[in-house]
Design a protein around this ligand. Structure first.
Ligand SMILES: [Zn+2]
Length: 446
């Protein structure tokens, strides 16, 4: 059986930072300790001066999703190659529920696509239609290791929206079986009213994307969802929180778990005025500098629990179309950890907090902590190993992403030198080693 000894590295867990050796045996962590003995046949990686993070978990990706005119740019293979290059070893992606499909069928077809994933993975089950049958599937799915269900409070025209009364019924069903409800929180009525003045005019300027999706829509939806969480006792996860108002509202509810994304921490709406502004169109839209600052506050005070990417890149977005038809989504899975780590180091923030946001918390929230999220004996041997002195600016050419455009080009980044996923050395001296595949990891709660 394969044995690899990581020597003299600094382990960054969410609870503490320690200088220890790690012995990998096959897929898991066999031993952790000071000066572990070097046995015959063991491969050695000197990690002196390096930080060893648990493999990063991106709790929010969309690999190869259908849009009006084709698919988003990354499929499970290309997207997860770029993910591991950036230290992400586990992703949580979403199912796509076609008309007349059962939830189980939607999971089976998405699992078929995800078989190409290099990262280990679990799936959030999208519920974009409502029926009694669908409600009855929820407990069965939780039993099989799919415990998180996602709904939208908007996108009626795309046939994805559920009404608040329906959401409450779903929350009840999920809560009764200790699952998790995830919500895209933008109130549809507010969005429709905000869009009214622009709808009939042919406006292509992407700045209107921000104008037409005000932060009130987020705050109002979170208020209503928060009330549902109180009535039903359901734990509810707010995906991609974007605004200060939304955060203030979310803080009032104990059962809400909040995720934000790098774009809402680092970028603001003025970027829509740039020549490639349309490339930054995603929903919710980028907000104001004030919102960036408040979200950073939420990161530091613990009111935001995770940072996912909402990874959904496009090769190109057409210019001459109405701004509301610009494909929604930007990539980020490859830069998630490198960009945040560089900020953490430059701002001298506590590295344990980064480990918590990107590893421990997503593992806990999504029922993966029996294998992921912490460097501990018996857990999967997933690591992102970095040299904190290697913070670079011109890293764009080293990306392995299939997409030749990146939202975070002007930010410093610290990319991992080595990445292990279940003991497989898939990034070695910053180079991707191909061949091994990820597996479906069941979600379960202790
Ligand atoms: Zn998303």
């Amino acid at each position: 059986m394969k044995r690899i000894l990581l020597r003299n590295g600094t382990i960054v867990n969410s609870c503490k930072i320690t200088k220890m050796d790690i012995l990998i045996l096959s897929e898991t962590i066999e031993q952790i300790g000071e000066n572990l003995p070097i046995e015959n046949g063991v491969e050695i990686l000197d990690c002196s001066g390096k930080l060893i993070f648990p493999g990063i978990i991106d709790s929010h990706t969309h690999m190869g999703v259908p849009i009006k005119s084709g698919f988003s740019a990354d499929n499970f293979e290309t997207g997860t190659k770029s993910a591991v290059h950036g230290g992400v070893t586990t992703i949580l992606d979403f199912t796509i529920l076609d008309e007349n499909q059962t939830l189980r069928q939607s999971i089976e077809s998405r699992k078929f696509d995800a078989a190409k994933s290099i990262c280990d993975y679990n799936l959030h089950c999208n519920i974009t239609q409502y029926s009694e049958e669908i409600l009855s599937e929820i407990p069965i799915l939780i039993e099989t290791g799919i415990t998180s269900f996602k709904i939208f409070t908007t996108y009626e025209e795309a046939g994805m929206m559920l009404y608040y009364e329906q959401i409450q019924r779903i929350a009840q069903a999920i809560s009764a079986h200790d699952g998790l409800l995830m919500v895209h929180a933008e109130d549809d009525e507010i969005l429709r009213n905000a869009m009214l003045p622009f709808k009939t005019k042919f406006i292509t300027d992407p700045f209107y994307h921000a104008l037409s999706r005000p932060d009130d829509a987020e705050a109002v939806a979170i208020q209503k969802i928060g009330e549902i969480s109180e009535k039903t006792g359901c734990r509810i996860y707010i995906v991609h929180l974007s605004s200060a108002k939304g955060l203030e509202t979310a803080k009032q509810f104990e059962n809400l778990v909040v995720e934000t994304c790098p774009q809402y921490l680092f970028l603001d709406e003025n970027i829509y005025k740039k020549d490639d502004g349309r490339m930054f169109v995603a929903s919710p839209p980028l907000r104001k500098r004030h919102d960036n600052d408040e979200l950073w506050g939420g990161i530091l005070d613990g009111s935001i629990s995770t940072i996912g990417t909402d990874h959904c890149p496009f090769f190109e977005k057409p210019r001459e179309i109405h701004f509301s038809d610009i494909p929604n989504g930007i990539g980020g899975v490859e830069t998630l950890f490198p960009i945040l780590l560089a900020q953490w180091i430059l701002r001298k923030l506590d590295l344990r907090l980064l480990s918590k946001l990107l590893c421990k918390n997503p593992a806990n929230v999504f029922g993966l902590s029996h294998r992921k999220g912490t460097i501990q004996i018996g857990k999967d041997a997933d690591f992102a190993i970095v040299n904190p002195k290697e913070i670079h600016m011109n890293w764009e050419n080293s990306l392995v992403s299939a997409v030749n455009w990146n939202a975070f080009t002007n930010f410093p980044a610290c990319f991992p030198n080595h990445v292990f996923r279940r003991g497989d050395w898939i990034v070695k001296d910053s180079r991707l080693q191909t061949g091994s595949k990820g597996v479906f990891v069941k979600s379960k709660f202790p």
